[in-house]
Design a protein around this ligand. Structure first.
Ligand SMILES: NC(=O)c1ccc[n+]([C@@H]2O[C@H](COP(=O)([O-])OP(=O)(O)OC[C@H]3O[C@@H](n4cnc5c(N)ncnc54)[C@H](OP(=O)(O)O)[C@@H]3O)[C@@H](O)[C@H]2O)c1
Length: 289
């Protein structure tokens, strides 16, 4: 696999006429990616949860923000409707929004919050945008996963983790493993359509990640931050590389750690599990399998 130039420092190709939808664009990696894509001429649609933060990045880019709380599937459905009205094409769908949640919480839809925000919401959004993606030549679905996937474990009969004691890191790891499994199954289902799907780990990145977690705060909000984490601009580099590489099919279905093939939990190689996860997720968000 070719290692592309580092987009955190190198100029991106011109992206005029291309549309990039970036979720989680109100902070961190998503905001850094949205800025670089817009600077390269792309029509960027920044999506965030906080109305204030999302308005701020949208103002900076000179575009209209879209706000959706992924803990409400109705917000995701409304978001998809508005994207379909606004975007005649979708060249890049960056499923980047996500988080680590210290306590078990139920969403408006009755699901465990980590599962819904990090997996079910992007699953639903991608499904609702699928036709528009298929109608856009060379479209790509890029999902921000994590090396934390190795700490996850999928139980397809208990995706909400109701039968286990809640551990924020395990729930997070499982959701990030689901991002990889989703990517592989999406790639299989979209084979031949020209749409590619890739998941990646951005590296340990100095963002607001784990903003409510005391444990994550020990690294993300202490002087260790400067020693152990890379800046958000560098964290966005793999996403930018995937959004602009001329040969996205070469990484279709892949999981990368930054720019190279990544190490995923062995469950990520189980095609039957991927099919079962897809079908279960579809049921959970009210879509046909
Ligand atoms: N930072 C790291 O070291 C690291 C490592 C591996 C993977 N990742 C992944 O990278 C992605 C981006 O995270 P980040 O590091 O940039 O963290 P961040 O600065 O906390 O940004 C997270 C983004 O996700 C959005 N978000 C959170 N909860 C949401 C919800 N309920 N509905 C809709 N949007 C929501 C946030 O929106 P608001 O700001 O508007 O609330 C924000 O835009 C995540 O998927 C994370 O799992 C990060």
């Amino acid at each position: 696999m070719r290692t592309p130039a580092d987009p955190s420092t190198d100029a991106l190709p011109r992206l005029s006429g291309r549309t990039a939808v970036v979720t989680g664009a109100s902070a961190g990696i998503g905001a850094a990616a949205a800025r670089r894509l817009a600077a390269a001429g792309a029509d960027v649609v920044p999506v965030g949860r906080s109305p204030e933060r999302t308005a701020a990045i949208a103002r900076e880019l000179g575009v209209e923000p879209l706000v959706a709380d992924f803990a409400r599937l109705d917000d995701v459905r409304r978001l998809a409707d508005r994207l379909l009205q606004r975007c005649a094409r979708i060249d890049v769908l960056a499923n980047n929004a996500g988080g680590l949640f210290p306590r078990r919480e139920a969403t408006a839809d009755g699901h465990e919050k980590t599962l819904q925000v990090n997996h079910l919401a992007p699953f639903l959004l991608t499904a609702l945008l699928r036709e528009r993606l298929e109608a856009t030549p060379g479209a790509r679905v890029i999902t921000t996963s994590s090396a934390g996937n190795l700490a996850g474990r999928i139980d397809v009969d208990d995706l909400d983790g109701a039968r286990r004691r809640y551990s924020s890191f395990r729930a997070y790891g499982t959701s990030k493993l689901l991002n990889i499994v989703f990517t592989r199954e999406l790639s299989r289902r979209l084979a031949g359509t020209g749409v590619s799907a890739t998941a990646f780990h951005p590296g340990p990145v100095a963002t607001d990640f784990g903003r409510d977690s005391r444990a994550a705060g020990l690294v993300y909000r202490t002087p260790l931050r400067r020693l152990l984490l890379v800046p958000a601009e560098a964290g966005a580099a793999p996403l930018l590389s995937l959004a602009t590489r001329p040969d996205p099919q070469e990484v279709d279905g892949a999981y990368l750690e930054r720019f190279r093939p990544g190490r995923a939990h062995r469950q990520a190689d189980d095609a039957d599990l991927a099919r079962a996860v897809w079908e279960r997720s579809a049921r959970m968000v009210g879509l046909p399998a």
